[in-house]
Ligand binder design. Structure first.
Ligand SMILES: [Zn+2]
Length: 934
């Protein structure tokens, strides 16, 4: 699954610190082998069947011990004991059902039997049931789109992680794999339904429906079952009985399928070659279809053979889509396709180890994309996209380890689909890849996949596979007494990541390394020791291409010699291309050499290491490991910098620092002057609108202009405003790569409500989902408070383009303009009931608002309202309270560092930094989410 970033960020707040109840586990002796699931949906009927479906599920199973109870999952489905049949299979000797009980808390159905089921005997269970075609984008749910003024309904599915039980009663745990035969009765005027496999046969029924029988799936987990009942058509497909592949969408969008088709067919072949198992060899009736849905909760979902996406993340229009979406579509297709092996063929045994699915998908989403299409800029995203997010999510004392045993309830399971499971695990996998090198890595993954096909993955089984690769290629032989399981588990079972501090004694040619867990809050410490693969390179013979570690640091400290450094004092840079998941600090003297090199000729240092220096310096300052003047002099080379990844790190740091001081003019003004001086240099070299096909160049220009215009850079504002006017008045289309900044700046400067209406209409009428996305992100930029307020409730308009998948988009867009904070709080005060009718969790909404509070006035305004809010039951707002604590800690940090920053900005000698608590996790996290739009 590809997460919807913001929704998950909010969810993490909610599941923090809850007690983990193992009673959520089925814990049953029953082992399902085969399901037949027959679904008949009713869409816009005139009777009470409207938006419901009839279901029949038949399950063939055995039991490992005698039992008179069948306990399985069922949620929101209607059936009684009379709808259940149990009998031996195939002899069909019935076993009487005495009663049926539902336990809604755990979503169990208990079927009690008159006699025991016996171990070793095969049985069949059949349940006839009815259910709703849901609205909440889970289980079997409804979607619509408008075509020529007509509302077209479709039924889609989202089962991961715990929603299959909402579509059919089942044993809904990943390890209980079975084969599934799907049968669907669909209205005759709909197109043939889609499911995981090819259609075996179809029958025209007398009731105006067509029944389609799908081939049995390979043995797989319940959460991978998928079907689609719609009028969708394939925009591009291979349909010839072998290597079947299609890209499906609503008919009016099918001309946007070409990029997904070309890239998708290349990726499935490239991954098959890399993993040593061809996709189509795993089952003769598997197809590989990609479907673009108008309304989808996650970003995308890897159902085996039938991958579903948000439309904006699959369909691409080369004339209109921004470069960001070109990268993003490629990345997400690669992510989901990787799951065909990691997740589908071999599945995490339980959600505590979801990383065995998502860590690999997260790694290969960029690794394989960089190989298949190097022009998308995926290689750098391995670092700035994944490693940086991992650091942010993993720098507080509440960060969970990658293997998290406190995962049992559906809320805990969803909460574990987070940055630790995705980006951090992906970054650990990348580190291991560089450690054991490509041949051993490939061999190891192939062993793991082959040995566990159609079964369950465990960390130990992965380590076993990798160690086979290590043995075959002798790839750890240069390191003494070590093995892959020990190395990996030090990163997988321990939370956090290390800060490596480098002390170089040039006179004695001795390097002393020390490690400790990095916390953004300098008052916290703990005792973890990580097995760190150490890479470094020196000015004497710079080599940023060799990423094979020199040694593995197993202890808290390590001392070693580097020859011939006493005469020339070369710079020495650790963690080459950030292949290791650790931050690096140096002693003052060593920093001086590195910073001098950056100033004189930064190009000798790899862009990813320049980016790392910038990114680490901001984090080191946050944690009081360096003073502000070191950070400032480490940034000076930015005046000559044009690389996307370096600017990404810099903008992230600048934005976070500036956000902390929002509302304090005495700080925001000098910070703005500093940042604009760098941005001005960058704009002079990259320009405003020269055409280019280079995705990274265009994304870089966008991130720089976006921040420059946000800070009011006069050239940027003038340029963007004039392009907006030309669009508005003359219909002159804006180059796709500039649309986000032009739309936002146009609304933010000198606009009135008709400008807002103009963009709103454009969002309503565009046929391109990622254009809708870009506009939805920009609408909150409006200078008009009235329009900002109305945007917050725009999802309530009839057939609003803001559908369920995007409910929080107006809020985050409006909050991206600091002046609108009052608008939001005011709206909460006066219209709380409307807010709570839109959003299922007001706690997550209020947490988001709390994370935007900066000044004393902001806190007073928000907290006094909260205290007086009769409707909002302030006692239950645990996430909001936690967010307030974090926001206040950030404010404390801001107060205690203000003098030092001001002094350094004025060019005075920096004062010693004060050791005070600093908790910036939430801000760093949010900044990361915001900046990754482009
Ligand atoms: Zn995934």
């Amino acid at each position: 699954m590809y997460r919807n970033l913001l929704a998950v960020a909010l969810l993490c707040l909610l599941t923090d610190g809850t007690y983990s109840d193992t009673n959520y586990r089925l814990n049953t002796p029953i082992v399902p082998a085969r399901y037949v699931v027959h679904i008949t949906p009713y869409f816009d009927m005139a009777d009470d069947r409207q938006f419901t479906f009839d279901g029949i599920v038949s399950i063939q199973f055995t039991t490992t011990s005698n039992t008179n109870e069948i306990k399985l999952h069922s949620e929101g489905l209607n059936f009684t004991a009379a709808d259940i049949y149990v009998g031996t299979y195939p002899a069909n000797v019935s076993v009487a059902v005495t009663s049926l009980e539902f336990n809604a808390n755990y979503s169990f159905a208990h079927i009690n039997l008159a006699s025991n089921l016996e171990a070793g005997v095969e049985y069949g269970l059949q349940i006839r049931y009815k259910g709703p075609i849901r609205e909440d984008l889970n289980g079997f749910y409804r979607n619509y789109y408008i075509e020529n003024g007509v509302k077209k309904w479709l039924g889609a599915t989202q089962m991961e992680p715990t929603h299959a039980r909402k579509a059919f009663p089942c044993f809904d745990e990943p390890e209980l794999k079975a084969s599934f035969q799907i049968r669907i009765d669909r209205p005759a005027h709909y197109k043939p339904s889609l499911s995981n496999t090819e259609i075996e046969k179809s029958e025209v029924l007398s009731n105006g429906y067509v029944r389609e029988y799908f081939y049995p799936t390979p043995k797989m987990s319940t959460y991978l079952v998928a079907f689609l009942v719609s009028e969708f058509e394939a925009g591009a497909q291979v349909f010839n009985g072998t290597r079947e592949f299609g890209v499906y969408s609503r008919p009016e969008a099918k001309n946007q399928s070409q990029f997904a088709f070309e890239f998708g067919t290349q990726v499935v072949d490239a991954l098959g070659t890399y993993f040593g198992i061809d996709y189509y060899s795993t089952d003769s009736h598997l197809r590989l279809d990609h479907v673009a849905l108008p309304n989808f909760r996650a970003g995308a979902m890897e159902n085996w053979g039938l991958i579903k996406y948000r439309e904006a993340l699959l369909l691409y229009d080369p004339e209109q889509s921004t470069p960001y979406f070109k990268y993003r579509v490629g990345q997400i297709i690669a992510h989901e396709t990787t799951h065909m092996w990691f997740g589908n063929l071999v599945t995490c045994h339980w959600w505590s180890n979801t990383w065995l699915n998502e860590g690999f998908a997260n790694y290969f989403q960029d690794y394989i994309t960089a190989i298949v299409n190097p022009t998308l800029g995926a290689e750098n995203q391995l670092v700035i996209g994944s490693v940086y997010s991992a650091y942010s999510a993993d720098s507080s004392s509440s960060s969970a380890p990658i293997t998290n045993n406190n995962v049992n309830s559906p809320a805990e399971i969803s909460g574990h689909f987070g940055t630790i499971t995705y980006q951090k695990a992906g970054s650990v996998i990348r580190m291991i890849h560089h450690l054991i090198q490509d041949d051993a890595f490939k061999h190891g993954l192939n062993s793991y996949l082959k040995n566990n096909s159609f079964g369950s993955g465990y960390p130990e089984k992965l380590y076993q596979g990798l160690s086979e690769g290590v043995s075959a290629f002798n790839s750890l032989s240069t390191y003494s007494n070590t093995n892959i399981a020990d190395i990996m588990s030090s990163w997988i079972t321990q939370a956090g990541h290390p800060l490596l501090t480098v002390n170089i004694n040039y006179e004695t040619e001795t390097v002393t390394l020390t490690q400790k867990r990095y916390y953004s809050n300098s008052s916290i410490s703990s005792n973890e020791v990580y097995k760190i693969p150490i890479t470094y390179t020196t000015q004497s013979s710079p080599n940023f291409e060799n990423t094979k570690p020199v040694f593995i640091m197993e202890d808290r400290t390590h001392e070693f010699k580097i020859q011939n450094i006493s005469q020339t004092h070369p710079w020495i840079i650790f963690n080459v291309q950030e292949t290791g998941l650790y931050r690096v600090n140096y002693d003052d003297h060593s920093w001086e050499h590195i910073i001098a090199a950056l100033k004189s000729n930064s190009n000798v240092i790899h862009p990813l290491n320049r980016a790392k220096i910038v990114n680490d310096l901001f984090a080191l300052y946050t944690a009081d490991e360096v003073d502000f003047s070191t950070l400032l002099s480490g940034l000076e080379f930015l005046h000559k910098e044009t690389e996307y990844s370096v600017w990404y790190a810099a903008l992230n740091g600048f934005r976070t620092l500036r956000n902390i001081y929002l509302g304090d003019e005495s700080m925001t003004q000098p910070l703005k002057d500093l940042i604009l001086s760098y941005l001005d240099s960058a704009i002079s070299s990259i320009g405003y609108d020269s055409p280019s096909d280079d995705v990274e160049f265009l994304r870089n220009r966008m991130q720089i202009l976006e921040f420059a215009c946000h800070l009011g850079h006069s050239g940027c504002v003038e340029k963007a405003s004039s392009l907006f006017k030309a669009l508005r008045i003359n219909g002159t289309e804006v180059a796709p790569s500039l649309r986000p900044v032009v739309y936002c700046t146009g609304l933010r400067h000198d606009s009135n409500h008709t400008d807002y209406d103009f963009l709103w209409d454009r969002m309503v009428t565009t046929n391109l989902a990622n254009e809708k996305w870009v506009i939805a992100d920009a609408l909150g930029c409006t200078i008009s408070e009235r329009m900002a307020k109305s945007y917050l409730f725009s999802m309530l308009e009839p057939d609003s383009p803001i559908q369920a998948q995007d409910l929080t988009k107006p809020l985050t867009s409006v909050l991206s303009v600091p002046e609108h904070l009052n608008v939001v709080i005011d709206s909460l005060k006066t219209n709380y009931t409307v807010w709570s009718s839109i959003h299922t969790s007001m706690d997550s909404i209020l947490s988001t608002v709390a994370s935007y509070l900066h000044s004393e006035d902001d806190f007073n305004l928000f907290e006094s309202w909260l205290a007086s809010c009769a409707e909002c039951n302030a006692d239950s707002l645990t996430g909001t309270k936690a967010a307030l604590v974090r926001a206040k800690a950030t404010k404390d940090w801001a107060n205690s560092h203000k003098a030092e920053i001001l002094q350094a900005l004025k060019g005075s000698t920096g004062s010693a930094s004060l050791a005070v608590p600093s908790i910036l996790t939430i801000l760093v996290g949010l900044a990361g989410l915001i900046i990754s739009k482009y």
